[in-house]
Design a protein around this ligand. Structure first.
Ligand SMILES: *Cc1c(COP(=O)(O)O)cnc(C)c1O
Length: 394
């Protein structure tokens, strides 16, 4: 029940029957739905009987025809009580939304299942994006399944696994000197030259629609009560702004009230543009020079949705928190050794941030807290060894 797209900055509206990127004004576009109709069909009793994937929220997703889905079973991941980790951190009401078992090993599957489904439905034949690692392999996997050609631009210093995996799915991989931002420039130029559909974060309107299902799942799994605080490892911030969008839609449909969880954007000390911009009171985040972290999903020096991320942090009375490489590794070890969760470094960063937010008084033992583990640790063995796993956590 997609009705149209509108701009997140200006008043422009767009017809959804075409492949779209940014608004003419340069800002991201958001999909809009007939929520008054959706709310009758999405009643909790109906939802309970649906498939255990993100597609259970079909009335608020852009793809009309179920046959057109390009799916590997993404989403509807467990929301696990983390009792022993919570005890360690002094936060007894800690939960982990564990995205590790998504197809291709990270929550990027949600966004790219949606983006590739829409790209194919709208007639694209070639899709492309720059990636710090997981977005590239997810795009490649779904493109393979859809019969589309994927072109993925990766930083040259990326762990070999990501290149191998992405090529295994049949994608064309180009490694680039520099970071995802440099890869992005080359990708955009080639997309223009060859007529490929660009699926970079928030440059295409449907990845965020896949990611927003995180917010629907938190609401449904929490029996329509949201937690007090959410800790989200933030790169481009699609999941964070996606959840924020989901909460607005849920309120408009009457599933939840006006209360919101405090949103915390977790970043690495070596690349913390949102944390810095938040603490300086800025509405947009300046480019972060010399970005460096082994948590590659966080190695994103600038984000198109910076103003949306910062707005959500402020409106929710949340904050930003940066953690060091050592703290990230310790976080991975803590989640693994207490509750059996071998999390990605990005998940480890959230564990570390929870500890620091508790110490600074942002989080209290009374709070119900959801910490995001956005991927599996299995893909990061090389990164964790490089970061000094053996000495840091001995
Ligand atoms: C991409 C990625 C992130 C960052 O997600 P955004 O929504 O872009 O902020 C975090 N963790 C992992 C494992 C990722 O792949």
């Amino acid at each position: 029940m997609l009705t149209h797209l509108d701009c997140t900055k200006c008043e422009r509206r767009y017809d959804p029957g075409q492949t779209l990127n940014l608004c003419q004004c340069g800002a991201p576009l958001y999909a809009r739905y007939d929520l008054q109709r959706a709310k009758h069909e999405m009643r909790p009793g109906h939802l309970a009987l649906r498939e255990p994937s993100m597609w259970r929220y079909r009335e608020v997703l852009p793809l009309g025809d179920p046959e057109a889905r390009v799916t590997l079973g993404e989403g509807f991941t467990p929301l696990l009580p983390a009792t022993r980790l919570g005890e360690l951190l002094g936060l007894p009401r800690l939960l982990v939304k564990d995205e590790a078992n998504n197809p291709t090993g990270s929550f990027k599957a949600r966004g790219l299942s949606m983006a590739v489904s829409m790209a194919r439905a709208l007639g694209a034949t070639d899709v492309c994006l720059p990636s710090a690692g997981n977005a590239g392999s997810a795009l490649a996997a779904y493109a393979a399944r859809a019969g589309l050609k994927a072109h993925v631009f990766l930083p040259r210093d990326i762990a070999q696994l990501f290149v191998l995996e992405t090529e295994a799915y049949g994608a064309h991989v180009e490694t680039v000197d520099g970071l995802i931002s440099d890869a992005g420039r080359i990708c955009a130029a080639q997309a223009k030259e060859h007529g490929w559909y660009e699926c970079a974060t928030l440059k295409e309107p449907y990845r965020v629609e896949g990611k927003k299902t995180l917010g629907y799942e938190l609401a449904e799994q929490g029996e329509w009560t949201l937690p007090d605080a959410i800790l989200y490892p933030t790169g481009g911030g699609t999941g964070l702004v996606g959840m924020w969008k989901a909460f607005e839609e849920l309120e408009e449909m009457g599933f939840i009230g006006s209360e919101r969880p405090r949103m915390y954007a977790v970043q690495a000390e070596g690349c913390a543009p949102m944390v810095k911009a938040f603490s300086e009171g800025l509405e947009a985040a300046p480019f972060w020079e010399g970005a460096e972290t082994h948590a590659h999903g966080l190695r994103v020096p600038s984000a198109l949705g910076d103003f949306l991320i910062l707005r959500a942090l402020r409106e929710s009375h949340g904050a930003g928190m940066a953690v060091s490489e050592e703290e990230i590794l310790q976080g991975v070890r803590d989640a693994s050794s207490t509750d059996g969760l071998f999390v990605a470094p990005e998940g480890g960063a959230c564990v570390a941030a929870a500890r620091k937010l508790k110490a600074s008084g942002h989080l209290s033992p009374d709070d119900s807290i959801v910490l995001f583990n956005t991927g599996t640790g299995y893909k990061y063995v090389e990164n964790m060894l490089d970061a000094g796993w053996e000495s840091a956590t001995a």
